[in-house]
Design a protein around this ligand. Structure first.
Ligand code: TYM
Length: 336
C-alpha cells in the first residue's frame, strides 16, 4: 500500500478593519505578506467589521466599506478557493469566544495597551468598552483557528503579546485548548511612515490626505503625493539615522522592486531627490496597477462577492466552532 503523507501546513490568520481604503502601509506591512504566505501555509484572512464598530461608523457606510475591503482582499490575489477569506461578523463564534476570553483577561493587562491609550486620547468623546476589549476580540479571532502565525505590522505586536498571555492563562487554568501564536512581522516595511511626517506611521485616519497613499489612488495622485513627500536637505539617497523621510521612501521602493538598500543607493548615486521620488512613485503605481484592475472588475459583480463571502464564512465557521465547543466545555458551559 502506498504511504499517504498527511503533513499539515502551519495555520495563518490575520485580519484588517474596513474603516477606509487600506493604505500603502497596510499593504506593505501586512497584506503583501498575506499573499506571499498563501502557497506554503493554511491561511485564513478576515475583514474585521466587528472591530470597526468601536468608532461608530455610519451603518450604510460600514456595509459598503466591508464589501469593498472584501473585494480588495481578493484583488491583491488571495484565492478564495485555496484560502479562507471571510467577514468576521458572519462567523458568530468570534463574538462568543471573545466573551469567554474577556473573563480570562485581567483589567490591568488590558489597560496597558498603548493603542487603547492612544485611541482614547484621540476619541475622548467615545471611549467605549468595545475599544477597551478590542484586543480580546482580536485574540478570539486568532485562537479560534489555532493559528501558528499572525502576519501583522509592528503596531499590532503588543496585541499579539496579550493574545499569547490570555491563551497561556486559559491553557494553564483549564487545560490545553489553544495554540500559542507567533507574530509574523516582516523585516522590511513593518512600519511605513507618513509621507508628510516620517516620524509617524502612515495611517488610514490621518486628516492630511497627502500623508498617506491609498491602494485605490489613481496614478497621477500617487505621483503627486510622492513628489511632495517630506525628505531632508542632504540630497543624497542613503539609508541612515536621522533621514526618516528618505529611509521610508527607500523601504517602499525596496518592497515594490525587490532591490536591497545597497542596490538602491548605487542606483541613485549622484542623482537628486526629485528623480528618486518619481521612481518610487512609478514603482508603487506598477505594484498597485493589477490590484486596482482586479478591484474594478470585482466591484462590478456584487452577487459574486456576497456569494464568495458566504462560502468563506461557512468554511471559517466549521473550523471556529470546533475550538469554540472545546472552550465552552472546558469552562463548564452545558452543550446541547
Ligand atoms: P488595521 O486594520 O489597523 O491594519 C491592518 C494591518 O496593517 C498593518 N499596518 C501597517 N503596517 C506597516 N506600516 C503601517 N503604517 C501600517 N498601518 C497598519 C497593521 O499592523 C495590521 O497588520 N486590530 C487589527 C485588525 C485585526 C487583526 C485581528 C489582526 C482584527 N483581528 C486578528 C490580526 C489578527 C487592526 O486594526 O489592523
Amino acid at each position: 500500500m502506498e504511504a499517504v503523507t498527511t503533513e499539515r501546513k502551519p495555520i495563518v490568520l490575520s485580519a484588517i478593519q474596513p474603516t477606509s481604503v487600506p493604505t500603502l502601509g497596510n499593504y506593505i506591512g501586512a497584506l503583501r505578506n498575506w499573499k506571499l504566505m498563501c502557497e506554503d501555509y493554511d491561511c485564513l484572512y478576515a475583514v474585521a467589521d466587528l472591530h470597526a464598530l468601536t468608532v461608530h461608523p455610519e451603518p450604510a457606510k460600514l456595509r459598503q466599506q466591508t464589501l469593498e475591503m472584501y473585494a480588495l482582499l481578493l484583488s491583491i490575489g488571495l484565492d478564495p478557493e485555496k484560502n479562507t477569506v471571510f467577514i468576521q461578523s458572519m462567523v458568530p463564534a468570534h463574538a462568543e469566544l471573545a466573551w469567554i476570553l474577556d473573563c480570562y483577561t485581567m483589567f490591568g493587562e488590558a489597560s496597558r495597551m498603548t493603542q487603547f491609550k492612544d485611541k482614547s486620547q484621540k476619541h475622548a468623546d467615545n471611549v467605549n468598552v468595545g475599544l477597551f476589549a478590542y484586543p480580546i476580540l482580536m485574540a478570539a479571532d486568532i485562537l479560534l483557528y489555532q493559528a501558528n502565525f499572525v502576519p501583522v505590522g509592528a503596531d499590532q505586536k503588543q496585541h499579539l503579546e496579550i493574545c499569547r498571555d490570555i491563551a497561556s492563562r486559559f491553557n494553564t487554568l483549564r487545560g490545553n485548548t489553544f495554540t500559542i501564536p507567533e507574530p509574523f512581522i516582516g523585516k522590511v516595511g513593518a512600519s511605513i511612515k507618513s509621507l508628510q511626517d516620517p516620524t509617524q506611521k502612515m495611517s488610514k485616519s490621518d486628516p492630511n490626505p497627502k500623508a498617506s497613499v491609498s491602494l485605490l489612488d489613481p496614478p497621477e495622485m500617487i505621483l503627486k503625493k510622492f513628489k511632495s513627500a517630506v525628505t531632508d536637505s542632504e540630497a543624497c539617497v542613503r539609508y541612515a539615522d536621522g533621514k526618516d523621510g528618505i529611509n521610508n521612501l527607500m523601504t517602499i521602493y525596496s518592497c515594490c522592486t525587490g532591490r536591497d538598500f545597497a542596490a538602491i543607493e548605487a542606483e541613485f548615486a549622484g542623482k537628486g531627490y526629485g528623480d528618486f521620488k518619481v521612481k518610487v512613485a512609478e514603482a508603487v503605481i506598477e505594484e498597485l496597477r493589477p490590484v486596482q484592475e482586479n478591484y474594478r472588475r470585482l466591484m462590478a459583480d456584487k452577487a459574486y462577492l456576497m456569494q464568495t463571502a458566504a462560502q468563506g464564512a461557512e468554511k471559517a465557521a466549521r473550523r471556529a466552532n470546533k475550538t469554540l465547543f472545546k472552550a465552552k466545555k472546558k469552562v463548564g458551559l452545558l452543550l446541547p
